[in-house]
Design a protein around this ligand. Structure first.
Ligand SMILES: *Cc1c(COP(=O)(O)O)cnc(C)c1O
Length: 411
């Protein structure tokens, strides 16, 4: 192992360096400094490729583009290096990636580990589309769902005590109130029960946190957000050990949720600046959160970088950056939201997050529209709630935009 490490120019390099160099180096096969886009859907075979396939190394050989392609392989190696996992599998969306991760975890847990352990325990605070996937796809096919509060380990223990949970799903940082999951503690409880832990790490990114090192069995991202980072590619990715990624690869092949080479190239290009962008997002979000907290028209700010946030200590312990999403509540409540949005001149009113441009969106209308009044209170979402995905603009310009939009809204 040591000699392999010594010959690897990236051994010991930090994430910013891996973003730029992992996954591809020029060599005899191609001297281009940047890996090209390979559009072929089928690949010529030879004795060496047949030997590799026979030896069970099919996923490493270009055969047919739905199984995998060279452009996707570069991307997957770069992401695996960033996650610190042996493998990574790219998908056409975050939803397709999550679906495959859940199916992979269930397929193992149910028949192999403990017969009957088919229930999925999931954080109550999940992306709305992920809740829909659980409820409409899994629950509809007989899987029992059990929800827990991701900020409350006792609640997770209560759910695990039922004894039938084979899979646990949570987000590293949840939307929109930014509760930070205590991954090492959650993983310990999963291990004690023999349950597989899937972590949706979309909000934290491998720059702020290596979820696998903190105990996740499968790490999943909507790469549409920070990994791509430019609001121009829809993609997802699942990372984990060799056994998990082999299963997930089989499921991608089976269901066909593969990523197009063009999209893989765009995502891979975005990844090269991920570390740089995450630092800028976090700096902008930290500045904006502090400004909002001091503003008379703002009732409350949700940002794990702030001292008063319920997850502040967990974030300091587990995340190297506090992230780029901030949520806040207008003192004047929901009635003031249209006026506030109409006065923004720089920030765009659009769903999604993680791009270079600052976006605002209203969780109660968009991502959390299905919640009742009582569920909103339970989820700690007060009236007048705005979610901000802080971009990489100059923080002074973003703050000036919010200052203008907030003027005269107090009371
Ligand atoms: C957007 C998002 C998803 C879904 O990803 P798509 O790329 O839109 O399919 C899943 N989880 C989280 C946390 C998200 O923000």
């Amino acid at each position: 192992m040591n000699s392999a490490h010594e010959s690897d120019p990236l051994h010991g390099c930090s994430p910013a360096t891996l973003c730029v160099h992992a996954g591809y180096r020029p060599g005899p096969a191609s001297e281009g400094v940047v890996a090209g886009i390979e559009r072929s859907t089928t690949f010529q075979q030879n004795p060496a490729s047949y030997a590799a396939i026979r030896a069970g190394r099919g996923p490493e050989v270009p055969i047919y583009a739905r199984y995998g392609h060279p452009t996707g392989a570069v991307l997957e190696r770069r992401i695996a290096a960033l996650e610190g996992t042996p493998g990574s599998v790219a998908f056409s969306s975050g939803s397709a990636a999550l679906h495959a991760a859940l199916r992979a975890a269930l397929s193992v847990t149910r028949p192999v580990t403990r017969p009957g352990a088919g229930a999925v325990a999931h954080a109550r605070q999940l992306y709305g589309g992920s809740l829909d996937l659980l409820q409409q796809s899994l629950a509809g096919q007989g899987t029992t769902l059990r929800a827990f509060d991701v900020g409350d380990l006792d609640d997770l223990e209560r759910v695990l005590a039922a004894g039938d949970v084979g899979v646990v799903l949570c987000e590293s940082v949840s939307n929109p109130t930014l509760v930070v999951a205590d991954l090492p503690a959650i993983a310990e409880r999963c291990r004690a029960q023999g349950a597989t832990l899937i972590v949706d790490a979309t909000f934290s990114t491998p720059i702020a946190q290596r979820a696998a090192a903190q105990g996740a069995d499968l790490v999943m991202h909507s790469a549409t957000k920070y990994l791509g980072g430019h609001s121009d590619v829809t993609a997802g990715v699942v990372s984990g050990n060799a056994e998990w990624t082999a299963r997930v690869w089989e499921l991608r092949k089976l269901y066909g949720g593969c990523l197009d080479p063009q999209a893989a190239f765009l995502l891979d290009r975005g990844l090269k600046t991920l570390a740089l962008r995450m630092r800028a997002h976090a700096e902008g979000a930290t500045r904006l959160a502090a400004f909002l907290e001091s503003h008379a028209a703002v009732e409350r700010v949700h940002y794990p970088g702030l001292q008063g946030h319920p997850s502040h200590d967990t974030a300091s312990r587990l995340l190297s950056l506090p992230g780029g999403v901030v949520a806040f509540e207008l003192g004047a409540g929901d009635e003031a939201l249209p006026r506030f949005l109409a006065r923004l001149r720089l920030a765009l009113d659009a769903p999604s997050l993680g791009g270079v441009e600052t976006l605002v969106s209203l969780p109660t209308v968009m991502s959390h529209a299905k919640l009742s009044e009582a569920q909103r209170r339970e989820a700690d979402m007060g009236p007048g709630l705005v979610r901000v995905s802080v971009g990489i603009e100059d923080p002074d310009d973003v703050i000036a935009d919010f200052e203008r939009a907030l003027a005269g809204l107090s009371g």
